[in-house]
Design a binder for this molecule. Structure first.
Ligand SMILES: [Zn+2]
Length: 368
């Protein structure tokens, strides 16, 4: 994630803070300072830090439970809107997903409960705007933790409640259908938030828009995963392809690119595959380097090579995280085929059509 700095590790999980979080701190300090003075400014900023500490504990809870089920969490990123745990993949067994999702809000309720039992009867519970005393600090922390728990339990993606709802539906339905239904329910709730917010409080409208967008992206991810999982690369790779030699010139590549349908070319030397010449590299270098440049000078030497048995979803993840558009398919040191994002996208659309899954325009736009 760009624009974030490392803030150490907890339980082996990298903690990162998004730079906009500091803007939030500054904003809270400045507005409390101008309304109520320096003391209120500092206490309000500290209060925000305390809330975010609770958010970190909430996210660590998700990560540790996910780890128990074998799903490793890579990092937790603190954003001004809350925390975000990057768990590689959610467990797909309903009971496990429910446990991972519920632990977050439960942690907030426990924090609120413990604080209330210790000092809450004196301080009360509040949702303060500015903090000027220790009393307001504690009562605010109790109030905000209760609010965080309720907010996270809204049954709409990407909130924890959305995951609980999906997991409950997945007991009876398959994972894709359960996600679709959970997304529809979540979107209905977010539309309600949007309209209710328009007549009452703008914040609710903003939350509604956020929930609506989160729901759609979760649905796309699940459809993509479910359609590509367990399909071997060999099913979607191109076996009829043109390859280039390292000393071919860009003009030769351009010729094939222009008159054929192939966009990415394997470059094969005496020792085997030496690189991949992608569409983007061809287009980027014909102007700067000229069409008489040998292919070996502009090809991508750190290309991705996969075996024909690798899962398609796995290759897709690799391509996306390395920002590549094509992988070569190798077996026993020999080139077996090419797999590019267009190919995955085509295959995805065919699978979706065969299974009658509505993907909207998703898939067509995989390669931008
Ligand atoms: Zn959560």
């Amino acid at each position: 994630m760009k624009w974030s700095i490392s803030a150490g590790r907890i339980f082996g999980i990298n903690l990162r803070i998004h730079l906009t979080f500091f803007l939030l701190l500054l904003f809270v300090f400045a507005s409390a300072y101008s309304e109520r003075g320096f003391n209120a400014g500092v206490m309000s900023a500290l209060f925000i830090c305390a809330i975010f500490a609770c958010v970190v504990i909430h996210e660590v809870g998700h990560s540790l439970i996910a780890r128990r089920f074998g799903k490793e969490a890579k990092s937790i990123t603190l954003l001004p809107i809350g925390g975000m745990a990057t768990v590689e993949e959610m467990p797909k067994k309903p009971a496990q997903e429910i446990a991972v999702a519920l632990i977050g809000p439960m942690i907030n309720l426990v924090i609120a409960g413990v604080l209330y039992v210790l000092v809450g009867r004196e301080t009360g519970v509040s949702i303060p705007i500015y903090i000027e005393s220790g009393r307001a600090f504690v009562s605010g922390l109790i109030g905000v933790n209760i609010m965080l728990a309720i907010f996270n339990l809204i049954p709409a993606f990407p909130m924890d409640g959305g995951r609980v709802l999906r997991a409950i539906l997945a007991i009876k339905l398959n994972y894709v259908r359960a996600t679709s239904l959970a997304v529809s329910i979540g979107q209905a709730i977010s539309v309600f938030f949007i309209f209710f917010g328009l007549v009452s409080n703008w914040w609710l409208t903003l939350i509604g828009v956020f929930l609506y967008l989160g729901a759609s992206s979760e649905k796309q991810q699940v459809i993509l995963q479910s359609l590509l999982a367990e399909v071997p690369v060999s099913e979607a790779m191109t076996t009829e392809y043109i390859s280039l030699r390292p000393n071919d010139l860009l003009v030769n590549a351009l010729e094939h690119f222009h008159h054929g349908s192939q966009q990415d070319f394997p470059v094969i030397g005496d020792a085997g595959v030496e690189g991949v010449l992608t569409r983007d590299r061809i287009l980027a270098s014909i102007h700067t380097r000229g069409v008489d440049t040998p292919v070996s000078e502009v090809m991508d030497r750190s290309f991705i090579a996969v075996s024909p048995n690798t899962g398609l979803d796995e290759v897709y993840k690799q391509l996306m995280s390395n920002q590549k558009t094509a992988a070569v398919v190798m077996e026993n040191g020999r080139l077996k085929g090419m797999l590019c994002l267009d190919g995955i996208s085509r295959y995805f659309m065919i699978r979706a059509a065969l299974k009658g899954v509505d993907t909207g325009n998703f898939g067509a736009g995989m390669r931008i």
